[in-house]
Design a protein around this ligand. Structure first.
Ligand SMILES: [Zn+2]
Length: 310
């Protein structure tokens, strides 16, 4: 199971610190040429369509424009990478009425169909695969969306529009999608919470992405792990929803190994980037611990057949 770090042109280059780190990049104009700056090119990459960005614009870009940005980022990648390209989806986030939601799902499916035609026309190398976005607001709409994508010919899937939903509802929606497409083929977009990490590990999805290490760093937060904790920098003026910390704790991340005090400097942005690398290290470590715990528990489970004999 892979943790993709969401990356944008002004963020830290996580692959320079963690060479195998999977990355998700949105196809927005400013991210064009971004991978050129990477010393270590991503080994696993999801080229998202940037719909959350475009949905704030007055009009949607033509599908071909988004595809062209994806292709330009693709050109900067190694041919040994595993790359998935995502079609344009119409987010459900700001849709409240049933008809609006239904139209967004229909629109996304239409885009998925058009995108696959475009993708096939370009005869991209085998290491590049298209990903279909499953959308829905309840069990029936998620199943409908997933089955339609399968009919079109998609083999890799992502589930979106989970932000701002309660975690039990998020997990329920992931399970519904998994019932149709299989856990080994499903990516979960935009995950932030530790309870969701536990649930996704239990379900065994293929991958997920998060921008939380960068977002938290920008809001003057630092993470630590074992156990997972968040702190505000003591100089932050944010409302103290988590405890504040004045001095760094022990940390073996690539940044703190050089100088742990750097992550406590609020700005300029270079320090925010270092803080995000430190935060990524702790979120990744927390995720890996959850994964290993699950695997260890699995090894100790007595098969049902044996249990029945006792
Ligand atoms: Zn650190």
């Amino acid at each position: 199971m892979d943790f993709y770090i969401g990356w944008s042109h002004s963020d830290a280059i996580f692959c320079d610190y963690f060479p195998t780190c999977p990355v998700l990049i949105s196809a927005i104009p400013d991210n064009r040429g971004g991978v050129k700056k990477y010393r270590n090119k991503p080994k696993k990459l999801i080229l998202d369509c940037g719909s959350v960005f475009y949905v704030k614009q007055k009009s949607r870009p033509p599908l071909k424009d988004v595809f062209d940005i994806q292709l330009s980022i693709l050109e900067d990648c190694d041919s040994t990478a595993k790359i998935q390209m995502v079609h344009f989806d119409e987010p459900l986030l700001n849709k409240t009425s049933l008809s609006e939601r239904y139209m967004a799902i229909e629109r996304t499916l239409f885009n998925a169909y058009e995108y696959l035609n475009l993708f096939n026309k370009y005869e991209l190398p085998k290491f590049v695969q298209p990903m279909g976005v499953i959308q829905g607001y309840d069990q029936a709409s998620i199943e409908f969306s997933a089955y339609e994508l399968i009919k079109m010919g998609y083999e890799n899937f992502g589930i979106g529009s989970l932000l701002f939903k309660h975690q039990t509802e998020q997990i329920e929606m992931i399970r519904r999608a998994v019932d149709v497409v299989g856990s080994a083929n499903l990516h979960v977009f935009g995950v932030t919470g530790i309870p969701q990490l536990h649930a996704m590990v239990d379900i065994g999805v293929k991958s997920f992405d998060s921008t939380r290490p960068t977002m938290a760093a920008a809001f003057f937060q630092v993470f630590y792990s074992r156990p997972f904790r968040t702190f505000f920098l003591s100089e932050s003026r944010a409302k103290p929803t988590s405890p504040r910390l004045e001095n760094p704790l022990h940390c073996e991340c690539p940044v703190c190994e050089i100088n742990a005090k750097q992550i406590f400097i609020p700005s300029p942005r270079e320090y925010m980037k270092l803080r995000s690398v430190h935060n990524y290290y702790h979120l990744l470590r927390t995720f890996k611990d959850i994964l290993e715990n699950k695997q260890r528990r699995g090894e100790h489970v007595v098969p049902n057949v044996l249990r029945a004999r006792n």
